[in-house]
Design a binder for this molecule. Structure first.
Ligand code: PAP
Length: 290
């Protein structure tokens, strides 16, 4: 599929610039996701988590007036988007400590792998990932081009043609490293976060070395963060209904349904079986399933 092929090459330029120039510090935290795995949600959680002393009052929290993507920069889209431009992170006010990326493990900057910075990785059932991505792509397509044919997009996804490399290899790369270095890489699934949000928010807090204190627990801080970052809350904020991350990217495109299993409403039985079979073949022997 021509579009996706072009996209893949296009994004490689960003990897290369980021790989060459981003110097990760031990104090940095990096969120890594496959596209449409729940990046927006994870950004909201971690931003709220790491800044909870700074913004103890939910009523004037930045997440109420800014989209999570405006608060946590993407390495490849927001910082290292031009091969000839190297951003001075120290000149930013304040210098960011929390970053995100979709870059596959093998292409991460060396400093991310070698520093003691923490990596939180999030992925999602490939069927829902694909469907979410298909809807998102259609939102970004010029109307004159019409809807991207589902079958065409599906074939490309199955072949592994997507912006940040094949879905299964992306997941496997981080899964293997998370087993080797659990203190460095935390591996999460969207479905599990939906099922037990309180548990996973606490796990991320422990992993990022900022666990909730007994006092915070009894003051309901965990529930405050979960409510603030919930799909219902974020998607109904004015900033996320009418704002824009950039010229062509409307905030509302990051909030569609926020549910597990929506793929069954769009994909045929054959498509579901095909994706399940690929997942089984590529991931089952590594102890990973969706
Ligand atoms: P990105 O990779 O372009 O940044 P990302 O945020 O990873 O997008 O994915 C968007 C998906 O997360 C959407 O899923 P859907 O298409 O199946 O609905 C979006 O609805 C979902 N999402 C966004 N915010 C939340 C949230 N607060 N809780 C749960 N899901 C969310």
């Amino acid at each position: 599929m021509k579009d996706f092929g072009l996209q893949q090459g296009f994004f490689k330029v960003f990897y290369i610039s980021c790989q060459k120039h981003f110097q990760s510090l031990d104090t940095h935290d990096i969120l890594v996701t496959t596209p449409k795995a729940g990046t927006t949600w994870l950004k909201a959680w971690t931003f709220a988590l790491l800044n909870r002393d700074k913004y103890p009052n939910i009523v004037d929290h930045p997440l109420l007036t800014s989209n999570p993507h405006s608060l946590v920069p993407f390495l490849e889209y927001d910082l290292y988007y031009d091969k000839d431009f190297v951003p001075d992170l120290n000149s930013l006010s304040p210098p960011p400590k929390l970053f995100s990326t979709h870059i596959p493990y093998d292409s991460l900057p060396k400093s991310v792998k070698e520093s003691t910075c923490k990596v939180v990785y999030l992925c999602r059932d490939p069927k829902d990932t694909f469907v979410s991505h298909w809807h998102f792509t259609n939102n970004l397509r010029a109307q004159s081009r019409g809807t991207l044919p589902l079958e065409e997009a599906f074939e490309s996804f199955c072949k592994g043609v997507s912006s940040f490399g094949p879905f299964w290899e992306h997941v496997l790369g981080y899964w293997k490293k998370s087993l080797e270095r659990p203190e460095k890489i935390m591996f999460l699934k969207y479905e599990e976060m939906k099922l037990k949000p309180g548990f996973y928010l606490r796990e991320i807090a422990k992993f990022l070395e900022c666990p909730f204190s007994k006092e915070e627990e009894s003051n309901g801080v965990v529930d405050d963060i979960l409510n603030l970052c919930s799909f219902e809350k974020l998607s109904n904020l004015e900033v996320n209904k009418t704002g824009k991350v950039s010229f062509h990217m409307e905030n509302k495109y990051f909030f569609r349904l926020g549910q597990v299993g929506d793929s069954k409403n769009l994909l045929t039985t054959e498509m579901i079986e095909q994706l399940n079979a690929i997942t089984e073949t590529k991931l089952a022997t590594h102890g990973l399933s969706f």
